[in-house]
Design a protein around this ligand. Structure first.
Ligand SMILES: Cc1ncc(COP(=O)(O)O)c(C=O)c1O
Length: 362
């Protein structure tokens, strides 16, 4: 049995009637830029998340860039973040001329280690950028407490954590700003690129609304140099429909992860912990093991997809001057041992068991 990492086709089939008719309606209306579906999605996403403001944009990478700019990060500033993430997290910091300062992650959670933040703070530090990796919220109380102590801004990378909650609050509503990605394979994904920024205060939200649309809040009046970074109307149509199902999708992802944990318990694979003070949405299900590459090859040969997120941490990437960077032992060890297994809401019991048989037999 071939098992993919995600089954976008299967999910589309279940939503086809609704999506096709809503797309046809939007095509008929021809309001393609900042049209009614974009406006409605921004409102509906804000209500769902409990965010004061939600402003959609063209991608998760743009969302991070706009969030950092609107939050006041400037050229020459330092931003403390994780090296165990997708490159966009730190690329966005560099777009502004600021410097990503990479610190280590916690063993097991894949998230930034708050105990390592204090030592990395300098006179130039302006922000802390935690990533809620794989759908698990980072230790936001500890991070926010440090930010308050040193007058820093917290920018949340929620690209993988739509709908996850930390002590009752959704990720993206805890720091000053949050950045989301709607890349197709994300737990809330559209059918192309898409992103969104959440903001706690109105002035920041107004900045983001201007920045995503050429620095303009009134047509042909440009207050600042902005960008062309609007969510596409057709993507907004899809996201509005999928948003109605996100709780169900996230619940099903958690159920798959719990089943995996039971089937892999006691094996040589270290399974992800499911903490009780936060809701993990399992955008990815990632285990740790020795001889990871051999396991990967063995299960791939049986038709089971798997992926290594992330084989080279950012502080070892050429783009970030890999030779001058500090050692981050937990990050480096995790990069050599991590393996992500298929996870999607429509996954069947049979598929989960087939994956586990292949993994345990590898
Ligand atoms: C942690 C993280 N940050 C940022 C991004 C960037 O999002 P996008 O691909 O929508 O630009 C991604 C997407 O892969 C991501 O996983």
């Amino acid at each position: 049995m071939n098992i993919p990492m995600v089954d976008l086709k299967g999910q589309y089939e279940t939503l086809k009637t609704e999506i096709d008719s809503a797309i046809l309606q939007a095509l008929g209306e021809t309001r393609f830029i900042l049209g009614p579906n974009v406006q409605a999605f921004d409102q509906e996403a804000a209500v769902y998340l409990g965010a004061n403001h939600a402003i959609s944009c063209a991608s998760g990478t743009d969302a991070l860039h706009l969030a950092l700019l609107a939050a006041g990060v400037q050229c020459g500033d330092e931003v403390i973040t994780s090296a165990f993430t997708f490159i966009a997290t730190a690329e966005a910091i560099r777009y502004i001329g600021a410097t990503p300062v990479f610190i280590d992650i916690q063993p097991g959670s894949f998230n930034i280690d708050p105990d390592k933040i204090r030592a990395a703070i300098t006179a130039k530090t302006r922000a802390i950028l935690p990533v809620h990796l794989f759908g698990q919220p980072a230790d936001m109380d500890e991070i926010q407490a440090l930010a308050d102590e040193f007058g820093l801004i917290v920018v949340e990378d929620c690209a993988q954590s739509f709908g996850s909650r930390y002590r009752g609050k959704t990720t993206g509503t805890i720091g000053a700003v949050g950045a989301f990605s709607f890349f197709p394979s994300k737990n809330l994904g559209c059918y192309g690129d898409g992103g969104m920024v959440t903001a706690a205060d109105e002035d920041t939200a107004k900045q983001i609304i201007m920045l995503r649309n050429h620095g303009s809040s009134q047509q042909y009046h440009h207050d600042v140099i902005g960008f062309n970074s609007r969510l596409d109307e057709l993507q907004a149509v899809i996201l509005r429909i999928k948003l109605r199902h996100i709780d169900d999708y996230n619940r099903k992802r958690l159920a798959v992860a719990q089943r995996y944990n039971r089937l892999l318990a006691g094996s040589r694979f270290q399974t992800p912990a499911i903490p009780d003070d936060r809701d993990h949405v399992f955008h990815q299900y990632t285990v740790l093991c020795d001889e990871r590459d051999a396991v990967r090859e063995a299960i791939t040969a049986k038709g089971i997809a798997c992926a290594v997120y992330y084989p080279i941490p950012l502080h070892r990437q050429k783009a970030f001057g890999h030779t001058e960077q500090p050692e981050l032992p937990v990050t480096e060890l995790t990069s050599s041992r991590c393996l992500s297994l298929p996870i999607f809401p429509e996954m069947t019991e049979q598929q989960i068991e087939t994956v586990c048989e292949a993994v345990l037999g590898a």
